[in-house]
Design a protein around this ligand. Structure first.
Ligand code: PMP
Length: 405
């Protein structure tokens, strides 16, 4: 098994005190903390290596280019992509989905259908609604049952030769459900539809291999897997990306420009207009090296143990209601306590040094289905411990009578 204390010691922020109390960070679904290796890598880049990439003849520019492209290679290897140019750097998950909605979306025709699910984050809903409005396409929804699982029999009935794209989340950020994306991908391909997987909540929790999944697009954010904010990845199959028009125009994405016509650069540059987040890309490479240093089977086992331990302890709290009880779930507990407003609970937990998230978690349709405005969400990462869960439960036991009186 892993030495969790050794892992914790790599994350300096975990030594911080909030309102005089040791930080218990259970808001990993929103963003994860950063190991010293990532922080140092970014500092070193700005201290000793900073230059613009891809066009300089000078040493610093060449070194920065090599570091940035090495990060791309590290990510390619980690997620099992066939080519490094299938890794497109983006600003994050939202940016990656918007890229596909605008570029792949440009190839769609009126009457074409896109399928998403009822548990998507707003960033995997709104770009498709905007596309449907623009192109006269139809958006169809895979429903979700009361446990927070997708109804895959209904999904099969939604699929037809009109379906051009299926966009679903791998793991739900508000419920923790792990979707059977393998089945979704197989069934979608059987009708000729392409599949985009929203991996914002996945790579930090489970092993992801894009070729084994056979997904067409896979998107994620660096900041949720121990990397910097403002950087993420769109993985896409080479042939698909080659057929898609550019998303944004500008420097770096061109081969030749005249005042009347432009020819576009090859992958991945065709989709990377302008000076990118160079430090972010390099830092993200280092975050993947951190992931490489972990045994993913141990990560899954540890996080499952935490989830079970916390769920069991919470079950004993009077008036607790869980949201998201899928047979296959990970790292997220969403709940309400009868008679208490989640915001008040979150605020008092913060006074005790405990960071949780309250609200709709950018999944308003999920909250609407459960007829609630929001939940209290505790979301775990590899550095969390059972001792922290004990502190969390004790804090809740103190807070509940205060708020009820
Ligand atoms: N999808 C899911 C499932 C998410 O959890 C998030 C972030 N909460 C996003 C998409 C959007 O990610 P970002 O804000 O980093 O673009």
């Amino acid at each position: 098994m892993m030495d969790i204390q050794k892992i914790r010691s790599q994350f300096p922020i975990l030594e911080e005190k909030i309102h005089g109390k040791p930080l218990v960070y259970f808001d990993n679904g929103a963003t994860t903390q950063k190991p010293l290796s990532v922080i140092n890598r970014i500092e070193n880049y700005y201290t000793k290596e900073n230059a613009n990439i891809h066009r300089g003849v000078h040493t610093l520019s060449q070194e920065a280019t090599t570091a940035y492209e090495n990060a791309r290679n590290t990510i390619q290897t980690y997620i099992g992509a066939q080519h490094n140019h299938e890794i497109i750097f983006t600003k994050g998950t939202t940016d990656g989905i918007n890229l596909v909605a605008n570029s792949f979306g440009e190839l769609l025709k009126p009457g074409d259908e896109i399928i998403i699910s009822a548990m998507e984050h707003h960033s995997n809903i709104v770009p498709w609604q905007m596309l449907c409005e623009r192109k006269g396409c139809k958006l169809r929804i895979i429903p979700m049952n009361a446990k927070g699982e997708l109804e895959l029999e209904v999904f099969e009935r939604l699929l037809s030769e009109r379906t051009k794209l299926v966009a679903v989340t791998h793991i739900s950020n508000s419920l923790g459900t792990v979707n059977d994306v393998e089945q979704i991908i197989k069934k979608s391909h059987a009708v000729g539809a392409k599949v985009l997987i929203d991996g914002a909540q996945s790579i930090q929790h489970i092993k992801v291999d894009v070729q084994a999944l056979d997904c067409d697009f896979y998107v994620f954010s660096g900041h949720k897997l121990f990397g910097p904010t403002g950087i993420g990845v769109l993985y896409g199959k080479e042939a698909l990306l080659n057929n898609m028009p550019p998303y944004q125009g500008g420097g770096d994405m061109i081969k030749e420009v005249t005042l009347t016509k432009t020819t576009y650069n090859d992958l991945p540059h065709k989709f990377e207009a302008g000076t990118p987040n160079i430090a972010g890309g390099i830092g993200l490479g280092t975050a993947f090296e951190f992931l490489n240093s972990l045994n993913m089977d141990d990560v899954v086992a540890h996080e499952q143990e935490l989830l079970n331990y916390a769920t069991q302890a919470l079950t004993k709290i009077e008036g607790i209601q869980f949201y998201g009880e899928a047979a296959n779930k990970t790292s997220v507990i969403s709940f309400l306590i009868e008679g208490l407003h989640p915001y008040d609970v979150g605020t008092l937990l913060d006074k005790m040094g405990i960071a949780v998230r309250t609200g709709h978690h950018c999944t308003q349709p999920v909250m609407d289905q459960f007829k609630i405005p929001g939940t209290i969400r505790a979301s775990f990462a590899i550095y969390n411990t059972k001792e922290e869960v004990d502190i969390f439960i004790k804090a809740l036991e103190r807070i509940i009578p205060i708020l009820k009186n």
